[in-house]
Design a protein around this ligand. Sequence first.
Ligand SMILES: NC(=O)c1ccc[n+]([C@@H]2O[C@H](COP(=O)([O-])OP(=O)(O)OC[C@H]3O[C@@H](n4cnc5c(N)ncnc54)[C@H](OP(=O)(O)O)[C@@H]3O)[C@@H](O)[C@H]2O)c1
Length: 273
Amino acid sequence: MRTIVITGGTDGMGAALARHFLRAGDRVVVIGRSRAKFDALLATVTADDQSAVSRAEFVAADLSSIADSRRVVEHLNANHERIHALVLAASFIRQRRHTTPEGREASWALFFVSKYVFVTGLAALLGAAERPVIVNTAVPGARVDAIDFDDLDMSEGFTFRQSNAQQRRANELLGILATDQNPDLTYVTWGPARLVRSSFAGEIGMGMKIAAAVLGPLLGQRPAAAVRPIIGLINTPTPGRAAYRGTKKLPLTVGDHDDEDATRLAKAVEADL
Ligand SMILES: NC(=O)c1ccc[n+]([C@@H]2O[C@H](COP(=O)([O-])OP(=O)(O)OC[C@H]3O[C@@H](n4cnc5c(N)ncnc54)[C@H](OP(=O)(O)O)[C@@H]3O)[C@@H](O)[C@H]2O)c1
């Protein structure tokens, strides 16, 4: 039986994937903050298949906390023999800079540092599976120079756009570190082809609220439809790095010193863990 771990698996696309893989007979570990959302998700699956109860696990965690992220990774290492797929889909959009109780910039912590902790901390469990897959729902294609290595927490000049570009680029570099370590690993940075009608959890301004409330229902895809390409990538892995928008494979963004940047990023993050 495969084991699929999904951060942000209680809502939106993560929840759609959790439902799919539970119905497909896999073991699914859902990580999120809300047990009530997980219970509701599980109820929709067990209405048809009681066996899902024994294959579903919920781990409550606030992944903008790095201590919490490390606790979850320790828990997974202690309780699982292997992980076939890791989907990184936790999302809480903040248009303004916010500092966590650990003193970190919240978006960088949730959208990158926590993912770094998962990818590096679960390397052994992923390595124990035959053709493991990481799907990182960080939209590919950010500029190669989007990372400010001297101010990863963006203490100066934070903008939503720059914060978003920095974490997206960092998540592409994370793929270099992960696939260097494990050549059998498939590492995909993936974004949906168009807007997805999800919960858009976050502290967002009026413009984004209106876009989510109006454009979402009008133009947005349902999460269950949006995640079909992810299901395909997990079911038929192609080891190495790749980038996708929906089903469309994109060229990887390649800079002049990506390997050095990946190493520099890892060093900076490790020094601050
Ligand atoms: N929706 C789109 O159109 C769109 C477009 C481009 C990219 N994406 C990307 O796709 C991914 C999924 O997005 P979505 O729109 O489907 O998400 P969503 O519906 O907003 O759901 C977010 C998920 O993240 C969890 N979460 C939020 N804050 C958390 C925290 N601090 N710790 C742990 N879990 C947390 C939520 O669970 P709890 O409520 O249980 O905490 C929920 O399960 C994200 O990476 C997003 O950036 C989405």
